[in-house]
Structures are given as structure tokens and as C-alpha cells.
Design a protein around this ligand. Structure first.
Ligand code: ATP
Ligand code: MG
Length: 337
């Protein structure tokens, strides 16, 4: 059995980082026909671990993320799209997994550490937030997933999941499937920087190009993109390292030869930022135009979107309850069977 589980937090709309880090890979894997089951989760309960005071944002984002999924080509006849909070089994699994994880192990998770600093949580970490990697282990194992397509920030989560699987299986017998991370082959796609050229593109940091941005918005964002501060005159030799316009060309342009030639010309001098940005905009628009069209089509039928999520969630519940029953049996807490 080859099964995929992956997902996103509904804390806003999805952006180009999600696209190259995970969405594009998911669609390719989905259409490869090599997978028996594909579960795509909208992680609203996880979003609430740092948005407890803003449930309206989470609710609205669930619908937006679902539209983004359908827009990029996730097909509900091939992939099961579902909402995390509606699968109660996931929270039962989390409760049992928490018993095999130490607080110091949770505090060592490098991605969580970075996020705690970003969110200013140092002196007041919500317990649910600290424990979200454990709930992620439940999300993955509840579906017997063996492949998890995600970006690089998820490496520590997968490590922690595999540790939990090992511990549970050591104590209770072989009940859980150990998952493998699936990262994009193209290095730059594993952690796409924001348009400011600094940290990774992230909703929290507000340095994103969204899949749902209009052509005019994308054009304005590309125009403002950080390039090489030393490249003042067109004739000056330019730097491509750390120049986010070239990083995006590496991530989005399929024609590697054209990008290599442009880099060479830029480094030599004589190629202006305006020209490179114009080309990047063309490359992005070619990707974003069909996505926008499909988004508008589904956006005109919100009932249909809700139906896809309802049916997907029912299917997800069925599978998760099977795995939960298996674990409870192994733990000998199946009194009434
Ligand atoms: P938040 O700020 O709310 O955490 P986010 O933008 O980091 O939002 P997530 O929902 O946490 O997005 O991440 C969903 C998926 O997208 C994960 O697989 C993550 O690895 C991937 N991802 C997010 N940002 C990037 C990025 N800049 N480059 C590559 N992959 C990314
Ligand atoms: Mg994140």
C-alpha cells in the first residue's frame, strides 16, 4: 500500500512557497497513479494552536485553502480532501502519543523553536502549540501514510513522528506505519524565500505572493522584489547569489538553459533588473493564470466545495477510526469489543 498524507494550516491563503514546496509535488504524485490513497488535510485544529483568539480567520481560511487546492489541480476523485478538526480520532491518538514524548524533546524541535521566537511566545508558549508536532504524528499515522510531501521546515516533524512510531511499536507491537518525508528534488523549492529575500516565504511574515493574487498585484510585488544592491547601473556586473529574482527563476522556470544564460549575462554586466523581472513575471503568470481560472470556477460554487470537504472528511474518519481501533486493541483498552 502506498499512501500519502500532507496538509496545510488554514491561517490565510496559500502562496508560491506552498506551491513549489508541496502543492506542485502533490499534484504530480496524484497524477502519477502510483498511490493507492492520498489524504490532504486542512489543519484547522493546528492553526488554532496559535490562533485561539481568531477562529473567524481560521474558518474563512479553511474555505480559501480548499479553493487553492482545487485550483492547483488536486482532484477530489483522486485525493481525499478533509478538515482536521472534524476527525475526532486524531485527538484520541494525540492523547496516547503524548505519553511517549518528553517536554524537553518538544522544546528541542528547531522549527518550533524558530516559530516560538517569531511569534514572541518565549514566556508564554501555549501548551497546544508546543505539542503540535505530536498532533502531526497523529495526523500522519492515522492514515497509515508512508509518504509525506512537504517543505524543509517539516524535517523535524517527520523525525519526531518516526520516533513516536518507534516507541509505540516497541511497547505495543507493530501497530503504526513509519512515514518517509518527500522533499522537492530542486533545492530552492524546499524553502522558498519571501519577496524580501530574507526568511522563507510565510503567511506569518507577510512576504508572500499568493496563488490568488491578481495579475496587477503580482506585477507590483515582482517590481518591488529585492535584487542585488550593488547592481546600480545596467552595465555593472551583478550578483545572482541571494538575488531572489534569480532564486525564483530557479524555482519556477522550466527552461534551465535560459536561466543559466541570463545569470551569466547578469554577472557579466549589461542585463538590467527590469528585464529580468519582466521575464520572471511572464514565467509566474504562465503558472498562475490557469490556477486563477480554476479558482474562479470553484469559487462560483461554494456548495460544491463544501460537499467535497464533507465527503472527504467522512472518508478520512473511516480510515482514522480503523487505525485508532487497531492501536486501542494493541493497548488493551478495547474493553467492549
Ligand atoms: P504559517 O505561517 O501559518 O505557519 P506557512 O506559510 O508556514 O504558514 P504552513 O501551512 O505552515 O505554511 O505550511 C504548509 C506546507 O507548505 C508545509 O509542507 C511547508 O513545508 C510548506 N511550505 C510553507 N512555506 C514554504 C516555503 N516558503 N517554501 C517551501 N515550502 C513551504
Ligand atoms: Mg508554517
Amino acid at each position: 500500500m502506498k499512501t500519502i498524507l500532507t496538509g496545510d494550516r488554514p491561517t490565510g491563503k496559500l502562496h508560491l512557497g506552498h506551491y513549489v514546496g508541496s502543492l506542485r509535488e502533490r499534484v504530480l504524485l496524484q497524477n502519477s497513479g502510483e498511490f493507492d490513497k492520498i489524504f490532504i488535510m486542512i489543519a484547522d485544529a493546528q492553526a488554532l494552536t496559535d490562533h485561539a483568539d481568531n477562529p473567524a480567520k481560521v474558518r474563512e481560511s479553511v474555505y480559501n485553502v480548499a479553493l487553492d487546492y482545487l485550483a492547483v489541480g488536486l482532484d477530489p476523485t483522486k485525493s481525499t480532501l478533509f478538515i482536521q478538526s472534524q476527525v475526532a480520532e486524531l485527538f484520541e491518538l494525540t492523547a496516547y502519543y503524548l505519553n511517549v514524548v518528553t517536554v524537553s524533546r518538544l522544546e528541542r524541535n528547531p522549527t518550533v523553536k524558530t516559530e516560538i521566537a517569531q511569534k514572541g511566545f518565549e514566556t508564554s508558549i501555549p501548551a497546544g502549540f508546543l505539542c503540535y508536532p505530536v498532533s502531526q504524528a497523529a495526523d500522519i499515522t492515522a492514515f497509515d501514510a508512508n509518504i509525506v510531501p512537504v517543505g524543509e521546515d517539516q524535517i523535524p516533524m517527520l523525525e519526531q513522528t518516526r520516533e513516536i512510531v518507534r516507541k509505540i511499536n516497541d511497547i505495543y507491537g507493530e501497530v503504526l506505519v513509519a512515514p518517509e518525508i518527500y522533499l522537492p528534488k530542486n533545492q530552492v523549492c524546499r524553502r522558498l524565500p519571501g519577496i524580501d529575500g530574507k526568511a522563507k516565504m510565510s503567511k506569518t511574515l507577510g512576504n508572500c505572493i499568493y496563488l490568488s493574487d491578481s495579475s496587477a498585484t503580482v506585477a507590483a510585488k515582482v517590481k518591488d522584489m529585492y535584487t542585488d544592491p550593488l547592481h546600480i547601473k545596467v552595465s555593472d556586473p551583478g550578483h545572482v547569489e541571494g538575488n531572489v529574482v534569480f532564486t525564483y527563476l530557479d524555482a519556477f522556470c522550466a527552461d534551465k538553459k535560459v536561466v543559466a544564460d541570463m545569470k551569466e549575462h547578469y554577472q557579466r554586466g549589461g542585463l538590467g533588473d527590469v528585464k529580468v523581472k519582466k521575464f520572471l513575471l511572464e514565467v509566474l503568470e504562465e503558472i498562475l493564470t490557469p490556477i486563477r481560472q480554476r479558482r474562479a470556477e470553484y469559487g462560483a460554487h461554494p456548495d460544491e466545495v463544501l460537499k467535497i470537504l464533507r465527503e472527504g472528511t467522512e472518508k478520512a474518519r473511516e480510515k482514522a477510526s480503523e487505525v485508532l481501533a487497531r492501536l486501542k486493541g494493541a493497548m488493551k483498552i478495547n474493553y467492549f469489543d
